[in-house]
Design a protein around this ligand. Structure first.
Ligand SMILES: NC(=O)c1ccc[n+]([C@@H]2O[C@H](COP(=O)([O-])OP(=O)(O)OC[C@H]3O[C@@H](n4cnc5c(N)ncnc54)[C@H](O)[C@@H]3O)[C@@H](O)[C@H]2O)c1
Length: 370
């Protein structure tokens, strides 16, 4: 018998740019001409049924005009499409159209599109490059940045996926103008979450500018897009694989993700996160990390952003408590929550540990009271 040692230490440079601006379609094509995707000449534009008509078609046309091969691959808009089945359909369509390893994927859309397209890119031909062109505030605030890609399963959201970093992210604020109001609010939930966990001054900015943001004022929106990126970057850069610090981005998501699934996606992701944040500030007050007044400021801001802060009547509370155990922070069968420390920071329970074990009875009491 013999043993052969496979030495495979890797140094990987996954750095990428995030460009925030207005109407960035031409910039995208220009960057591709300048080598953003290396020598790739063929682009699979992955999008959904709504964004296809609004923006992806336009990008396809510009790619063709610039002399590139490109096709649109779209799926029915909405969270219900974020499945292994849709991934398989996209892959089969790309194979059928002759796409091989020498292609690049461009994800044009919201978080559902960037999550699924990034995952397709990670496994297609064992991996092809991808570019995110984010068209929702939620994708800009969170989903398109940070390298997490995934699909949902019947058990819970985002359970199957991989870390995969894009070549570049475009955040086109002009696209937010066509977003329905509830989608703008949904994106603001992740923005408020970022302020709560990292930046009290940013929380004040949101509070002072909420009306402008809801009207998609260009300057205010650019500021939140840049600040969201900075906050997420500072966390992700220190802990890409979520072994400790990155868990802080899960603020409000323990209850949020569970509600999203139990509501069978009647609630948008950000709406579910808003209810999760409202639950978490109650928990924080109970544990002595926040005052009632601070908790009131958070729920007040969520409401002004047009977000729910109570659990809707149609949600079965017992089912919700059970669903909490599908959260990826659960360790040894125990629930763990990220908890806010006042407004603008997170409680560090032990060195590098940001999620604390919480008894089910405590979580249940809060859920029953909402
Ligand atoms: N990967 C991550 O780190 C991460 C972080 C947060 C959220 N997410 C995921 O993001 C998803 C939610 O993102 P989302 O809210 O962007 O969802 P989404 O992609 O479903 O977009 C929301 C809706 O808006 C439509 N839409 C998109 N752009 C539009 C535009 N400019 N004008 C009009 N309509 C437009 C879409 O067709 C869709 O119906 C969830 O699946 C969530 O799990 C991922």
């Amino acid at each position: 018998m013999s043993t052969f040692n496979v030495e495979l230490k890797r140094v990987v440079d996954d750095s990428y740019e995030i460009e925030v601006g207005f109407e960035l379609e031409d910039k995208l094509v220009q960057d591709i001409k300048l080598g953003l995707a290396g020598r790739v000449k063929r682009f699979a534009v992955i999008t959904d049924s709504t964004v296809k008509e609004l923006y992806a078609g336009k990008i396809l046309e510009k790619l063709h005009k610039a002399g590139y091969g490109a096709d649109l691959f779209s799926f029915e808009a909405g969270e219900k499409s974020k499945t292994r089945k849709t991934k398989e359909q996209l892959e089969d369509a790309m194979l059928e159209a002759g796409y091989r390893r020498d292609c690049c994927i461009i994800a044009v859309g919201g978080g559902v599109v960037t999550d699924i397209a990034g995952f397709v890119a990670g496994t297609y031909g064992r991996g092809v490059p991808f570019i995110n062109y984010a068209t929702t505030l939620l994708a800009a605030a969170d989903a398109s940045v940070g390298g997490k890609t995934a699909v949902d399963t019947p058990l819970a959201t985002n359970l199957i996926g991989m870390f995969n970093q894009p070549e570049k992210v475009y955040i086109d604020i002009a696209c937010w103008k066509t977003l329905p109001k509830n989608q703008i609010s949904s994106g603001l939930a992740e923005t408020i979450k970022h302020a709560c966990l990292a930046d009290g001054k940013f929380f004040d900015f949101l509070s002072d500018n909420m009306e402008k943001l809801l009207e998609i004022d260009r300057e205010a929106c650019e500021h939140i897009a840049e600040t969201n990126c900075r906050i997420k970057y500072e966390v992700v850069m220190k802990d890409e694989r979520e072994s400790g610090l990155r868990e802080v981005l899960n603020l409000g998501h323990t209850v949020g993700r569970a509600i999203e699934t139990v509501s069978d996606y009647r609630l948008l992701h950000g709406e579910a996160v808003a209810i999760g944040l409202a639950a978490e500030v109650r928990l924080s007050v109970k544990l002595g990390h926040m005052t009632e007044a601070e908790a009131g400021r958070v729920t007040g801001l969520l409401k002004r952003a047009g977000l729910p802060v109570e659990i809707p009547d149609y949600i079965d509370r017992e089912q919700l408590v059970k669903k909490l155990y599908t959260d990826k922070k659960v360790r040894d069968g125990r629930l763990r929550f990220v908890i806010q420390n006042g407004i603008g920071s997170i409680v560090e329970f032990k060195d590098g540990v940001f999620a604390a074990p919480i008894e089910e009875s405590v979580a249940r009491e809060i859920i029953m009271a909402m």
